[in-house]
Design a protein around this ligand. Structure first.
Ligand code: NAP
Length: 259
């Protein structure tokens, strides 16, 4: 399917691995030029080279921490005029509700709420002026159903969801859509790290921890970054202009809810 966005430009943050990379690859396959960001330079350059080779699009890279004001300034400067913004950052660490102090909450809010908000505030005016834009925020299924050990994530991402709900309706008239993609369990380094933590805590092998988690998903498997990226690219396509302010769950049916 031709998504109708060839020649557009996208900024995808936190994109050297995992879900961010999946989104970058799917956009590149649709002919979109990219600015990609991550902290680690080597993995970022490897990803950019692989995407250039596979899809022949221009890929700029900025190795920086997207959760810092300086990092964001560098990334936005390199990206120039952005048609498509995909926001992503690493998720907060797991723990117990009673463990976290103010600084832990501030770090989580900075990474998973205030950073995507700042990126939207920077990119939305240009999109509105040009009368076309797409924003996809990578959040989490924890917005619909809280994950006990990820209280920092539950908290920060719900705040972002509220901001998007109000803002998406204010920019839609200018041809700009904002939507959130909510991953359930996907096969990435992040999922691997969570499985490792469970295997250590409960004396299981990683395979056992993973099989136990996969068994909780009606699809009986983890999602892939490629599937996630394809959903993101569709939300960024010319056909998705009437999808506004939605929270779309990709979780293999894991959250047992009618709506
Ligand atoms: P991942 O495989 O660990 O990849 C994270 C990517 O983000 C890497 O490219 C990493 O590169 C980059 N990154 C992390 N922190 C960054 C920062 N401060 N500045 C710039 N780049 C940064 O993670 P993932 O599984 O794709 O998850 C992506 C997001 O979805 C996370 O917020 C995660 O919590 C959420 N999520 C994931 C799942 C899942 O099952 N995978 C489920 C629900 C929610 P560097 O380390 O080099 O910076």
């Amino acid at each position: 399917m031709d998504l109708g966005i060839a020649g557009r430009t996208a900024l995808v943050t936190a994109a050297s691995r995992g879900l961010g990379r999946g989104c970058a690859e799917a956009l590149a396959a649709a002919g979109v030029g990219l600015t990609l960001n991550a902290r680690g330079k080597e993995a970022l350059e490897d990803t950019a080279a692989a995407i250039r080779e596979a899809h022949g699009v221009e890929v700029r890279t900025v190795a920086a921490d997207i959760t810092s004001p300086e990092g964001r300034a560098q990334v936005l400067d390199a990206a120039g005029a952005v048609d498509i913004l995909v926001t992503n950052a690493g998720g907060p660490p797991p723990g117990k509700w009673s463990d976290w102090d103010r600084e832990d909450f501030i770090r989580a809010l900075d990474a998973n709420m205030l950073t995507p908000i700042a990126l939207m505030q920077a990119c939305l005016p240009g999109m509105m002026e040009r009368r076309w834009g797409r924003v996809v925020n990578i959040t989490s299924g924890s917005v619909k159903a809280p994950i006990a050990q990820l209280g920092l994530s539950n908290t920060a991402r719900t705040g972002l969801t509220g901001f998007v709900a109000g803002t998406a309706r204010q920019v839609a008239g200018a041809g700009v859509t904002i939507n959130n993609l909510l991953p359930g369990i996907h096969d990435t380094d992040r999922a691997d790290a969570l499985d490792r933590a469970v295997s250590l805590k409960e004396g299981l092998t990683i395979e056992e921890a993973r099989a136990r988690r996969a068994a909780t998903i009606p699809a009986r498997r983890y999602g892939t970054a490629a599937e996630f990226g394809a959903a993101c690219a569709f939300l960024c396509s010319r056909y998705a202009g009437f999808i506004v302010g939605q929270n779309i769950l990709l979780d293999g049916g894991a959250i047992n809810a009618t709506l």
